[in-house]
Structure formats: structure tokens, C-alpha cells
Design a protein around this ligand. Structure first.
Ligand code: NAD
Ligand code: DAU
Length: 334
């Protein structure tokens, strides 16, 4: 299959590229990525000379570029997004532009080019916030509460509308919190690890009792791959880690694994509108194509800590803004 992977230089997109190249030797991948602050060409640099791989720097809102690439694709796997809730609270406009307008631009190109298969990668945050009990599933009502989740919810609706109105062959997946290699160090787990490696304290919002359902990124990538190949058109699939933890538990576990004391964690001002709890019932994906999370949380967390310890240059370069630019890498690969 010829895949157009948007956002393939970001955290999950990068892991997906490596998953596909290893799992499907017959597949070809074109990555379209704008290389925002969160996109890093270094992530995929090791495969830049692989004949099955091509990188294109560009914006998913740019209809001409998108059209040109969709034309040659059998399927689009859409990861590109503004992804950080805290940033969306400060400024929602890039979220509306990329997550809403960008998604519609891709859908339009898929329609124009003979109804190209489209898989949309979305989030459990579109369902809002849970109380102490219950889980989100594919039938949960939409109730987004941050500018980020509202923009992802809008995108989900546009994808579903393309299916109902134009019979565009789409699937959607809504996933819980991912962790693993290449995650930008603004997100909780890599932030905790890199702060401890730099002798800083871990900042935990509010009372630390907000709950997330943690999923190893490789399990998520396997799920997206299965939904792409075996999902039913027009359907949504939820992916979760069966691994609910409070933020306080996450911080304390990382402290323990890194040999640090509780005094290295501090409670700070809460996130505005902070969703209390997410949890996912993934039984539909399990029943329809046999997906379930395989990585035990502690095992995945230890591997992640080891990755950030072994790749200090990767995150220090991000912090210092000293990673190689796209043009520099292009000239090296020629
Ligand atoms: P990320 O922020 O690490 O990466 C996003 C990528 O998209 C970056 O490479 C960035 O350069 C690119 N991008 C942004 N705007 C673009 C544009 N206009 N045109 C082209 N490229 C653009 O994000 P992530 O954590 O890898 O998330 C990937 C997808 O998965 C997102 O759609 C997100 O909503 C969804 N998701 C993430 C999680 C999670 O825990 N990280 C969980 C569920 C769903
Ligand atoms: O649920 C899926 C979502 O998970 C994805 O759609 C988003 O793209 C992804 O960023 C993530 O959103 P969260 O807001 O849950 O992730 P984040 O890592 O920012 O925060 C996780 C929890 O940790 C959340 O309850 C806020 C808290 N937190 C976060 C940071 C950055 C802290 O307590 N301190 C922090 O410094």
C-alpha cells in the first residue's frame, strides 16, 4: 500500500513510520509534515535514504501540496495536529487552522482524487471528562472541553460527514494518552524524566489526582495499522491502555525508577478546565480485529526512561533549538 502519513515527524507519526516500514515490507510511505515546533526531521532521518520512504515538508492546509500527494496515495493516515492542551489554552488559532481546516483540506483532496481511503487519528478527549466510574467508548456523546479537544471533535465530525455525505471511505480512532520514544518533552512523562535528568522538580498540576489511561505508543501504532486494514468504513474505534493512573502516581513511579525522592515533586497551579479522568473501553477493536494493549505499563515506562537517558542530545537540542534543519538534512542525503 502507498501511504500518505501526515505529521510523520511528530511523536506518534514517527513511531508509526517505523512500525509500517518494519511490519509491511511492501508498503511505501510519504510523510507530509510542516515541521512545527513539535515536528523533528531528526526523528525520521535514519530512514531518509530508504527507497520506500519520502519526506515532504508542507502544510496540510495547503490544498495544492495535499492534492499532489493524495493523488499518488492508496490511503491517508492523518496524525498531523496541534496536540498540546496547555498551548491551546494560550492560543487556540493554530489548533483551529491545522486540526479543523487542515483535516477538511485532506478530506477534500481525498474526494477529488477518487475517494482515497482516509484514517483519522483522534483522541479520547473529545468525550469530555469522566467521574470516578465509567469508561468512554465509541458511543459516548461528544463533550470536548478544551480548545484542543474541541478542534479534534470538529475534525471527527467533518470526517464522519465526509462518510455520510460523500461515501468517502473513512475510519476514526480515538486514543488515550500515549507515551514512549520521541515524545516532545512538554508532555507529562517526558517532562518528568527530562526535568529529573536536569535536577529540576516535577510540576504536578492541582492536587495530582487527575487520571489518564496510559498506552505505549507502539500499541497505538499497531491499532491504527489494524484499523486502516481491517476497520469497517464509517466506523470509529477506541484504543486505551487498560492502565489508569493518577498524575501523582505517574510522578512518584518515575521518581522511584530514577532513584529520586518525593521532595523532587511539587504541586503547581492547576490547568484551566482540567479534565478529571479519562478511561477507555476498547472492546470493539478487540472484538473486530483482535487489538488489545500488549505492553505492561511498568515495562513501557522503564523503556521510555532508558530512551530519554540514551538520547539526551535529542531533547537537549530541542530545548536549545539546535537540531538540524530540514534543508541541511536534505543536502546531506543527496
Ligand atoms: P505531535 O505534536 O508530537 O506531532 C504533531 C506533528 O504534526 C508534528 O510533526 C508537526 O510538525 C505536524 N504538524 C502540525 N501542524 C501541521 C500542519 N499544519 N501541516 C503538517 N504537519 C503539521 O503530536 P502527537 O502526540 O504525535 O499526536 C499525533 C496525533 O495523535 C494528533 O492528531 C493527536 O491529536 C493524536 N493523539 C495523540 C495522543 C497523545 O497522547 N500524544 C493521544 C491520542 C491522540
Ligand atoms: O488523552 C489523549 C491526549 O493526551 C492527547 O489527545 C493529547 O494530544 C496529549 O497531549 C495528551 O493530553 P493530556 O493533556 O492528557 O497530556 P499532558 O501530557 O499534557 O498531561 C497529562 C496529565 O498530566 C494531565 O492531567 C495534565 C498533567 N500535567 C501535565 C503537565 C505537562 C501535569 O500535572 N504537569 C505538567 O507539567
Amino acid at each position: 500500500m502507498k501511504l500518505l502519513v501526515t505529521g510523520g515527524a511528530g511523536f506518534i507519526g514517527t513511531n508509526f513510520v517505523y512500525h509500517i516500514l518494519a511490519a509491511h515490507p511492501e508498503d511505501e510511505i510519504v510523510v507530509l509534515d510542516k515541521l512545527t515546533y513539535a515536528g523533528n526531521i531528526e526523528n525520521i532521518a535514519p530512514v531518509r535514504n530508504d527507497p520506500r520512504f519520502r519526506f515532504v515538508k508542507g502544510d496540510i492546509c495547503d490544498a495544492a501540496i495535499v492534492d499532489d500527494l493524495v493523488k499518488h496515495a492508496d490511503a491517508v493516515v492523518h496524525f498531523a495536529a496541534e496536540s498540546h492542551v496547555d498551548r491551546s489554552i494560550k492560543d487556540a488559532s493554530p489548533f483551529v487552522m491545522t486540526n479543523v481546516v487542515g483535516t477538511q483540506t485532506l478530506l477534500d483532496a481525498c474526494r477529488r482524487n477518487g475517494n482515497v481511503r482516509f484514517h483519522h487519528v483522534s483522541t479520547d478527549e473529545v468525550f469530555g471528562s469522566l467521574g470516578q466510574r465509567g469508561m468512554f467508548s465509541e458511543t459516548s456523546p461528544y463533550d470536548p472541553r478544551s480548545p484542543y479537544s474541541a478542534s479534534k471533535a470538529a475534525a471527527d465530525h467533518l470526517v464522519r460527514a465526509a462518510w455520510h455525505t460523500h461515501a468517502l471511505p473513512v475510519t476514526i480512532s480515538n486514543c488515550s494518552n500515549n507515551y514512549g520514544p520521541y515524545q516532545f518533552p512538554e508532555k507529562l512523562i517526558p517532562l518528568c524524566i527530562t526535568h529529573l535528568l536536569e535536577n529540576k522538580k516535577i510540576p504536578i498540576y492541582g492536587d495530582g489526582m487527575n487520571v489518564r489511561d496510559w498506552l505505549a505508543v507502539e500499541d497505538h501504532c499497531r491499532g491504527v495499522d489494524l484499523a486502516l486494514r481491517h476497520g469497517r468504513m464509517g466506523e470509529t474505534y477506541c484504543f486505551g491502555g487498560r492502565s489508569e493512573r493518577t498524575n501523582s502516581e505517574i510522578a512518584q513511579r518515575i521518581l522511584r525508577e530514577m532513584g529520586c525522592g518525593r521532595e523532587r515533586m511539587e504541586f503547581v497551579t492547576d490547568r484551566q478546565g482540567h479534565d478529571r479522568r479519562y478511561a477507555i473501553d476498547f472492546s470493539k477493536a478487540e472484538k473486530e480485529f483482535g487489538w488489545s494493549p500488549e505492553t505492561p505499563f511498568l515495562h513501557g515506562l522503564r523503556k521510555t526512561i532508558d530512551w530519554y537517558k540514551a538520547n539526551v542530545d535529542w531533547w537537549k537540542n530541542i530545548q536549545n533549538g539546535t537540531y538540524r534543519e530540514y534543508d541541511e538534512l536534505q543536502s546531506i542525503s543527496k
